[in-house]
Design a protein around this ligand. Structure first.
Ligand code: SAJ
Length: 405
């Protein structure tokens, strides 16, 4: 039996997928409300295919509780926040979950950390718990997740995975567990390599996006079309530049690379510059919008609206989103933001001046900054009824009134 600890964006689909493939699974979360929602038969976030997977897992007997269970395998997938000042990971949730596991785990159990952690976190914060509690009989492993929000269910089934363990036999046992549903290849290695590999994957993406953002800015100064440059350069068999945009959000790409910079400040210089480049993009877009206002003779900033609050298209997650970063920057400069904001994926109020229908949004607006290309508007400039569009993600097509990065 497997006890999945932490039923958020990663833990929940993982628990459901294992259960749907015949593994006996109990999901544990300390949030009573969340557990009650799941036990009432509802999922807690929107994701393609998640509701069907949930229904199948429930039929196969998955259970949800706030209690830790006696099991042979534990999968810990709790959040790992990072400290914005020190740029280091805060392992408190992982440590506390592992402590609770060690309280109940039977002799010979395997404790798998699935949460993203910086290199050496298991050695520094989890391994000492085994000594402290006298539980050297418990084996440690690290199996970082790789699934992308927006396509989680598919990627859970098909992506290759990494399992790090002290003992290759334990690595093999954990790999076999994941292979109960994962059709990809499972690489078995040691724990530190697995930790490093995960952070490196997200750092690679952050650096690649930063490069394309830098290109966008170079092309603006040089009077070139960055989309055309990237499109043609990517026809080279060994070039694959990602898309420039209004910045980088989510809980992974703008966060994980800081673990490297925090731990290796003297050596991770390219990584630091990439993070800074990406972080400068929301304000760059704002300045671009001000330039467009000037060109169009629009003086009142309250005639500018922002479409999209989520960190990317077709998800309901606003963590570290470029829009929030942009509004924060406006707040700093103007002691408040008069910009009206609308996102059809976000029903709750997240920021001031947020409205909840396209009609209310467009009323009295001259310019819309399209921060997110949700499929409702992607390729459909007519959705904004003739407003001037600032289009940092290049999702509105070409037109006299469309201004790209
Ligand atoms: N973005 C761009 N240009 C691009 C691609 C993305 O500006 O060409 C922006 C997005 O709009 C978004 C941010 O980057 O704001 C991050 O989005 P994403 O789709 O690149 O990644 P995430 O954060 O949703 O998921 C990533 C994935 N990591 C990699 O692809 C290496 C996923 O596989 C990981 O599981 C996830 O991080 C994680 O949890 O670590």
């Amino acid at each position: 039996m497997v006890n999945v600890i932490g039923l958020g964006y990663i833990g929940l689909p993982t628990a459901l997928m294992m259960a749907a493939h015949g593994v006996e699974v109990v999901g544990t979360d300390y949030d009573e409300g969340l557990v009650a929602t799941l036990n009432a038969g509802r999922t807690t976030f929107k994701e393609d295919g998640l509701d069907d997977l949930f229904a199948e897992a429930v039929t196969k007997g998955v259970r949800f509780t706030t209690e830790y269970q006696k099991c042979d395998t534990y999968i810990v997938s709790v959040p790992t926040p990072y400290d914005k000042v020190s740029k280091k990971i805060d392992p408190a949730f992982v440590v506390s979950a592992c402590r609770s596991v060690l309280d109940v785990a039977p002799v010979g159990a395997v404790l798998v950390i699935e949460s993203t952690v910086s290199p050496n976190t298991v050695d520094r914060f989890v391994r000492p718990l085994l000594d402290e509690t006298g539980r050297q009989d418990v084996s440690l492993a690290h199996a970082p997740e790789r699934i992308i929000p927006g396509n989680m269910v598919f990627e859970l089934l098909h992506n290759n995975r990494t399992v790090g363990a002290d003992d290759p036999a334990i690595g093999k046992r954990v790999a076999e567990l994941y292979s109960s549903f994962c059709q990809g290849e499972v690489s078995v290695t040691d724990i530190r390599t697995a930790e490093m590999t995960k952070v490196v994957e997200n750092t690679f993406r952050a650096v690649n996006i930063a490069f394309s953002n830098e290109l966008a800015r170079i092309c603006r100064v040089g009077g070139m079309d960055v989309a055309e440059v990237v499109r043609i350069a990517n026809k080279h068999p060994r070039v694959n530049i990602l898309q420039p945009g209004p910045g980088v959000g989510g809980h992974c790409i703008p966060v994980d690379p800081w673990f490297l910079v925090g731990d290796f400040p003297e050596t991770a210089r390219l990584t630091r510059m990439a993070l800074e480049t990406n972080a400068s993009m929301p304000e760059y877009v704002l300045r671009r919008a001000f330039d467009v206002m000037q060109e169009k003779g629009i003086e009142d900033v309250s005639h500018v609206g922002v479409y999209g609050l989520t960190y990317k298209e077709d998800v309901d997650d606003v963590r570290e989103s470029p829009t929030l970063q942009m509004l924060e920057s406006m707040e700093r400069h103007l002691c408040g933001s008069p910009l009206r904001v609308y996102d059809p994926w976000i029903e709750r109020d997240v920021v001031p001046n947020q409205v909840h229908s396209m009609e209310d949004f467009l009323d009295g607006l001259d310019i819309v900054i399209v921060m997110v290309g949700h499929s409702e508007v992607r390729g459909r400039p007519e959705a904004f009824h003739g407003r001037v569009l600032v289009d940092p993600r290049d999702v509105m097509g070409d037109g006299e009134n469309v201004y790209k990065l």
